[in-house]
Ligand binder design. Structure first.
Ligand SMILES: Cc1cc2nc3c(=O)[nH]c(=O)nc-3n(C[C@H](O)[C@H](O)[C@H](O)COP(=O)(O)OP(=O)(O)OC[C@H]3O[C@@H](n4cnc5c(N)ncnc54)[C@H](O)[C@@H]3O)c2cc1C
Length: 433
């Protein structure tokens, strides 16, 4: 008898975990991702700030799942999902399924201002991280040869928008990059002129954390020299300019770290999604009206049976992957909806790193900041990084940075950058098609 076919969309934390755990002797499983690699997004900011190189935070999907016998892996982009026909349309093929697992993650959201993306890239992919890194390094290269003080100050100003974990991590990493790398390796520019401004619309940083840790993060960032502006709403973003209510800031680089929404493919579903495009799954993570289709990770909107709103973080995605694989492996999938087990989020805590020996962390009632939080952050990120090779390389890099303050991943490449380095003015980016 033919085995039931499970189609898994996305090899992120959720999809990859599901594939690792599913019993392929009982199910035919096809995993499709538009990339050939699994990406460890929590360390993307270190690529953007020249701390780590791309291969250190990514791993080929085939390598990661090479021990999983019978798993079919395809590289293709899902375009639409037809739940009524059990069919997914990709760029190059259509695939039918008996069961569907959607783990397509999130995208950067500009809250109704898609035009801002041209001027303020977000941080969600390797391309985003390397674009940001190139633009920052290039701005410093230009500043080194710039004689107009006003223009030089602009080039050396970086604005980060959004005071959540991504914004805090980026702001801390950029100020360290400016202070340590500029001070050592450039001769004409004064590192004291390098400015990093972090803008947050709300009254505190890291809004999801305990107020004491938000305050601690603010103090630590300000102590490093970041100009933090709370209760500050961005009105508009233009080419090298952020417009606030009563002023405009000229900046060589503007980075958007203020919001995410679910993968827009969720709009092709025949069920209602929430304002952020997230799928309101049932307690067993199946889609309402479609007990053979499941959604996991960042595409999901869920309040679990304990009343916890499940956040868009990697532990939740991993747990959902494990939970769903168990549903299949234990035959719970054959039960009626009412009899299937319910997913309960296990909140292990939250943390954000700010800089060298600086971080904040909370787990239950335990709260800590500074060096202990930073050590915990390093340990947990190493533990969850996929692959022994990556763990070893990242650990070696961190030890090297810690003792030398140097950042190795600072190569600007591609012909566009060479044009720029040859003196062509940085042009206003063209709108995307
Ligand atoms: C900069 C940054 C920092 C973060 N820091 C932390 C942190 O410190 N701690 C933490 O817990 N979480 C952090 N997160 C959040 C965490 O990364 C996500 O919650 C987690 O990745 C969600 O897992 P997922 O499997 O749902 O989606 P993802 O891991 O995003 O995986 C989605 C997969 O789907 C694929 N895909 C997307 N669209 C298509 C398509 N149309 N067709 C085929 N394949 C497609 C993608 O290539 C990707 O492989 C961070 C996220 C970012 C962006």
């Amino acid at each position: 008898m033919a085995k039931p076919h499970i189609l898994v969309l996305g090899a992120g934390f959720a999809g990859a975990t599901f594939c690792k755990k599913i019993d392929t002797s009982r199910y035919d499983v096809t995993l499709v991702d538009r990339q050939n690699h699994h990406l460890f997004q929590p360390l993307l900011y270190q690529v953007a700030s020249s701390g780590l190189a791309v291969p250190e935070i990514a791993q080929p999907i085939r390598m990661m799942l090479s021990r999983k016998r019978g798993l079919k892996i395809l590289m293709d982009e899902a375009k639409s999902i037809n739940l009524d026909q059990n069919l997914v349309e990709f760029s190059n093929r259509k695939i039918e399924y008996d069961y569907l697992v959607i783990g397509l993650g999130a995208v950067t959201s500009y809250f109704g201002h898609p035009e801002w993306e041209r001027y303020a890239p977000g941080l969600k992919s390797i391309k985003d991280a390397t674009t940001i890194r190139r633009n920052i390094l290039y701005a410093y290269e230009k500043a080194e040869g710039e004689t107009n003080p006003e223009k030089r100050r602009e080039l050396m100003t970086t604005v980060v928008i959004g005071g959540g974990p991504t914004g805090v991590e980026l702001a801390g990493a950029f100020i360290e990059l400016a202070q340590h790398v500029l001070a050592r390796d450039y001769t004409e520019i004064n590192p004291a002129e390098a400015k990093v401004i972090l803008i947050e619309a709300g009254p505190k940083l890291l809004g999801h954390m305990h107020p004491k840790l938000s305050e601690s993060a603010l103090r630590q960032l300000e102590g490093m020299g970041v100009d933090v502006r709370l209760n500050t709403m961005v009105q508009d973003i233009r080419h090298h300019e952020v417009v606030l209510k009563d002023m405009a800031i000229k900046a060589g680089n503007i980075i958007w770290g203020a919001g995410v929404a679910a993968n827009p493919i969720t709009n092709s579903l025949s069920i209602k999604v929430d304002r952020g495009g997230r799928i309101p799954v049932l307690p067993d993570l199946s889609l309402p009206g479609f007990p053979n289709a499941f959604a996991l990770g960042d595409v999901v909107s869920l309040v679990d049976p304990k009343g916890q709103k499940v956040p868009g973080v990697s532990p939740a995605a991993i747990q959902m992957g494990q939970f769903t694989a168990k549903l299949f492996n234990n035959d719970d999938i054959k039960e009626t909806l009412e009899e299937r087990p319910e997913y309960v989020y296990w909140d292990k805590g939250m943390m954000a790193t700010i800089g060298r020996s600086k971080a904040v962390a909370q787990s239950g009632k335990l709260r800590f900041s500074g060096f202990p939080a930073w050590l915990a952050w390093l340990f947990i990120h190493l533990l969850f990084l996929v692959g022994f090779r990556n763990k070893a390389f990242v650990l070696a890099q961190w030890i090297y940075h810690y003792f030398t303050y140097r950042r190795g991943a600072r190569i600007i490449h591609s012909s566009e950058d060479l044009d720029n380095a040859n003196g062509k003015e940085m042009e206003e980016p063209k709108p995307k098609d």
